[in-house]
Each structure stands twice: as C-alpha cells, then as structure tokens.
Design a protein around this ligand. Structure first.
Ligand code: ZN
Length: 162
C-alpha cells in the first residue's frame, strides 16, 4: 500500500541526526521534509533499511555504524597535491573543504595539512567513520512515477526540477 515506505515509493520524512556523543549534525525540523526515492541509492544504505516498512505517522529511532552510513575512514584516501594545482588566488587553510571536479563528477576533500608546496587532501567523506543516530518520522508516502523510476530521483517538491 502507498502509506508504507517500500521499494519504488517516494517517501517524505522529518529527521534529526545526532552523533553518538549527542551533538546534532542535521535536522529537517525547521525545513521542509526530506523527500527521497526509496531503493535507488539516494540515501545512505542503513537509513533506507531502517525506514522500510514504516507507515505514515510512524516514528523510528536507530543507530547506524559507519559501515551502514558513510563508510569507514580510509587512510589511502589522503593524497598529496602540489600547491600549484590550486588557483593562485585561493587562500588555503587547514580544515577547509574544497570542491573539485573528477571523472566521476563533483568531489570534495578537506585540507588536513599544508607543508610548503605540498597540500594534504583528505578525500574521505566528512561523516566517514562516524556512528550516527537518527530519529525519523514518516510524513508522506506516494508511489513513484515511471519517469522518476527511470531517472532514479524524485521530481517536484523536494526533488529535481528539470
Ligand atoms: Zn529526473
């Protein structure tokens, strides 16, 4: 039924995410609900698994270890980049998050060290290695359209407009 979160539905949820230490990292509370196409890799795997089968109005709380969230940290994902590869006008600082283009599309890295002309760039996701707690409330569920299924993402409110 379309009041239940399942494969090929579009789910709208309110959620609050906290680190295990209790600090909140993200919440939809003051915004529109998060809208996603279920079963098409739009969400971190554990999030989807935990809300599958939930009905409209249902609240769920769960904890995701890194393997079910953003993955473990990988020390090999730290690369040395020459300073000259960055725009000269760009002020580089440790802790800065830089967006770049790759063959696989846009990527982000965090500058972890600047040693003369060598910049250490950490390509791990900023949430890698973290255990995350979520509180989720299902607000709305509807069947996905043929077009949404073909595109692999949601159209309309909360989704793509194209
Ligand atoms: Zn589309």
């Amino acid at each position: 039924m379309s009041d239940t979160v399942e494969q090929d539905t579009v789910a709208s949820v309110h959620y609050t995410g906290t680190f295990v230490e209790g600090e909140e990292f993200d919440s939809s509370a003051d915004n529109d609900p998060l809208v996603f196409l279920v079963g098409h890799g739009q969400m971190i795997p554990g999030f989807e698994q935990e809300v599958l089968g939930a009905k409209v109005g249902e609240k769920r709380e769960f904890t995701l270890t890194p393997d079910r969230a953003y993955g473990e940290r990988d020390d090999d994902a730290i690369q040395k980049i020459e300073r000259s590869k960055f725009p000269e006008s760009m002020e580089l600082e440790v802790g800065m998050v830089v967006g770049a283009h790759s063959d696989q599309g846009p990527i982000q890295f965090t500058i972890t060290e600047i040693d003369g002309d060598v910049v250490s760039a950490d390509f791990n996701h900023q949430m890698a290695g973290k255990t995350l707690r979520f509180e989720v409330e299902v607000v709305e569920v509807r069947p996905a359209s043929e077009e949404e299924l073909a595109h692999g993402h949601v159209h309309g409110p909360g989704g793509h407009h194209h």
